[in-house]
Each structure stands twice: as structure tokens, then as C-alpha cells.
Design a protein around this ligand. Sequence first.
Ligand code: NAI
Length: 334
Amino acid sequence: MTSFPVSFYDSKPYDRQAFLEACGELPIAWRFHEFRLSEETAASAKGTTAVCVFVNDRVDAPCLRVLADLGVRLVALRCAGFNNVDLRAAASEGIAVVRVPAYSPYAVAEHAVALLLTLNRQIHRAFNRVRDLNFSLSGLVGFDLRGKTVGVVGTGKIGQVTAEIFRGFGVELLGHDPNPQEAWADSIGLQYVGLHHLLERCDIVSLHLPLTPETRYLINEQTLARMRQGAYLINTSRGKLIETRALIAALKAGRIGGVALDVYEEEEGIFFEDLSGQPLQDDELSRLLTFPNVLITAHQAFLTREALSQIASTTIRNLLRQRDCEPWLEGTAL
Ligand code: NAI
């Protein structure tokens, strides 16, 4: 079997381990790059017909033009969201785009709930205090989840698992989705309502919808103003669903009880990187980090062993299928 090369961008040690383990003896020659794919770096794909990218690679029209000129025929996203790829430009360049539509929705849903529990019960602050031998409880008061109203915006795979986990806490569940899943909703006692109604009623709002031109800045000055005084907002989906400037204003005004973010609208070039030795250049992120009631993780909701292994297997299958190499999969665990 002749192995075929794949340029792999924004690669981290955990990606390399998961992909090499899943690939086994299959004839793919990975060219792992730590830098991200963009128009500026696309020349590095020379000699490959497929590229493998993640959430912050910028696969826009200029980048796709360079790739097409180099003979690249496939963009394999190793994630579910595809807002960073210009699909129309890819089609006109004759480049196919594949992704991993589903992998452990539990990884992301569990992280969303973990963020809320940490923020509400101030575990992050308690951890630091106790290690500093400060055993005072002042300022650490949280609230019971039981009896609260939780709104899930986007009840696809991840939103459904999130709602199911929250149900275990004895909350009232509201949902909003243009494609409601009525039978599922009935089975767990979730009621679908309009977005404004959901924002006005909920103590906790969790976002689980894709970023599209329609959903960009879904949470803005007007929608934030509709949220209940002291409500909590969780975003594990995409940063640009929230207008950061409006969120900061609402936090400064004391209107929002707490914000848990795994994504940030300008995360490209910041999240996934170790910038600990440098001054942070992003003023809005810097401001967000000063609020005691804001908890941020750097796009790690997907990061479980199970999710990484499913992402790797599906991406490898996607790559081989596009090359009509499916017979190679026979006898493998993929
Ligand atoms: P999915 O496609 O199964 O579900 C998305 C749901 O959002 C669908 O039911 C759709 O109808 C709904 N939706 C679309 N527009 C909407 C709107 N305007 N208002 C309300 N709902 C709307 O997607 P899945 O797998 O549940 O993922 C959701 C999002 O989570 C992805 O788009 C991705 O951005 C994000 N994600 C984040 C990860 C992380 O590590 N932080 C990892 C994986 C996904």
C-alpha cells in the first residue's frame, strides 16, 4: 500500500497521540504542523492532497485558492463546527470538505455543567484559598440548583445531553430550537419556548447551537437586557454567539450573576497556546478575566479520551473514504 500524506494543522501532543494510535498500520503519512492553517501558511500543504484542520484554522477563500493551486482536494475538519471554512469557495475550487458531525456529546455537555457547578459553588476560588491556608468561607455563597429554571438554546446532540444532566438536579427545563424535538422534550419534561421568553424566565442559560450568520451575536445588548437579574450564562459552543463588549457592560452593571465560557469570540491565536510569558494583548479578554464571577476555559470541552479517539477514527475514515480506500479499513478497529 502506498501511503498518502496529510498535512495536519494546529496539532498538539494529545492530537498526535490520538491520531497515531487510531491510525495504526493504515497508510497515512501525517505531516504534523503546530501552526494554524491560513492563507499565509497554506504553502506548507505542498505535496499533499488532503489537509486536516481544527476550529481556529482559517480556511477562507484566499487560503482555499492556495490549497487548490497546490492540488489539495480535501479539507478534513477534526471537529463538528465548520464556521471557519468557506464552503462555497471550497465547492468552486473543487475541494471536498468533511467533518466529524458527532463525537461524545457527553464530553461537551459534562464540561458545560462542570463550569456551572464550579462557578456557582466557587470551587475555583475555594481551591486557591484552601491551598493558601485561608479556610474562610466569606464570599463563597452559592445557590441550590434544585427548583431553578434552566434554558437550553439549541437542543441538538449536545444540548439534549446537557438538558438530561440538568434534569437530574431537579430543575425546570426550557428549550429553544427552530427544529424542536418534541418526543424527546416530552420524555424529559422540557418545554420549548421562544428565545425571548426563555431568556426572561431562566436562572441559567446554556448555549448549544452552531455559529452561523443568523446566530452571530445572538447574545447582545438587547438579549442580555432580557435576561433575569443575576442569571448565569454558559457558552461552550462558539465565541461569536456572544457580543463580548455587551457582555462586559452587563457584568459591569452587575446584571449577570455569572458567566462560564469555554469559547471566546477572539480566541484564535490565544486559546490552545501557552502565552504565560507575555503580556496579553486582547483587552476584552483581559477585562473578562478580572471579574470574580467569570470562569473561562480555553476551548477544552471536547477534551476527553473518548472524544479524542472518536474524532481520530472518524477523521481517518473520512480521509480514506475520499480516496476510495475503504477496503483498507477492513480488519481494523475503525
Ligand atoms: P447539533 O447540530 O446536533 O445541534 C445544534 C442544534 O442547534 C440543532 O438542533 C439546531 O436546530 C439548533 N439551532 C440552530 N440554529 C438555532 C437557533 N438560532 N436557535 C436555537 N437553536 C438553533 O450540534 P451539536 O453537536 O449539539 O453541537 C452544538 C455546537 O457545539 C456546535 O455547533 C459547536 O459549535 C459546539 N461544540 C463545541 C465544542 C467545544 O469543545 N467547546 C465541541 C463540539 C461542539
